[in-house]
Design a protein around this ligand. Structure first.
Ligand code: GRF
Length: 216
């Protein structure tokens, strides 16, 4: 099967981007990362992409007169590369309904909580304050409402009493680095499909469970 041309959109560190690049280095991986686009000139992820030999571009939102013009440039860049799937990986611009609808079911995001819990920012502080025993990450198709959309993969991690934001963020991030490549593989291979606003996974099987925290 032809590998799906994929772009990764970043604004910062790019550790999830790196996880996607690493996975896609395998020629059997169903997505090929053809370009990394940042809206921030000095995003550290750009250097990591260059080091991996991936084409990069910067589309600086501040250079445009309004969101529509920025998104038109982004859309044009994706089309020029023949992009079929775009992965938001720490991309810190809200995208309008026009853009999101134009890329419906081809635009994927990762969020550091078990959505629909804790959409938005400061997810780990809020998970700690709420006292939840699990948090995690969610990879989902993007819809116009922020941090909403059909869920492709979730990974749960325990929250421990002595965690602080940094320890919890590190545990979730390690899960993100596995969840995002898994989700991209499922989507690019056609195994994950949106059916009635939920994701159906071909040939899915239940993981061993239940998972307890604390351990019984
Ligand atoms: C990740 O926690 C991701 O879930 C969130 O932003 C962070 C990006 O980190 N959307 P990185 O740039 O991938 O290292």
């Amino acid at each position: 099967m032809a590998r799906k041309n994929t772009a990764v959109l970043i604004s910062g560190r790019g550790s999830n981007m790196q996880a996607l690049l690493d996975a896609a280095r395998n020629p059997d991986f169903p997505a090929r990362i053809v370009r990394v686009i940042s809206n921030v000139w000095d995003a550290p992820g750009l250097k990591r992409a260059e080091a991996a030999g991936i084409a990069t571009s910067v589309i600086d939102h501040r250079a445009f007169n309004g969101r529509a013009a920025f998104e038109a440039a982004l859309d044009q860049a994706l089309r020029t590369d023949g992009i079929e799937l775009a992965c938001l990986a720490g991309f810190m611009r809200l995208l309008t309904a026009d853009f999101v609808n134009g890329w419906r079911d081809r635009l994927i995001n990762i969020h550091p909580s078990l959505l629909p819990a804790f959409p938005g920012l400061d997810t780990h502080a809020r998970a700690l304050a709420a006292g939840v025993r699990f948090t995690g990450c969610t990879v989902h198709f993007v819809r116009p409402t922020m941090d909403e959309g059909p869920i492709i993969v979730q990974a749960a991690v325990p929250v421990l009493y002595n965690d602080d934001e940094a320890t919890l963020a590190a545990r979730v991030l390690a899960a993100e680095h596995k969840a995002y490549p898994l989700a991209l593989r499922l989507v690019a291979s056609g195994r994950a499909k949106v059916v009635d606003q939920r994701v159906q996974i071909d040939g899915e099987s239940a993981p061993e469970g239940p998972i307890f925290n604390p351990q019984p």
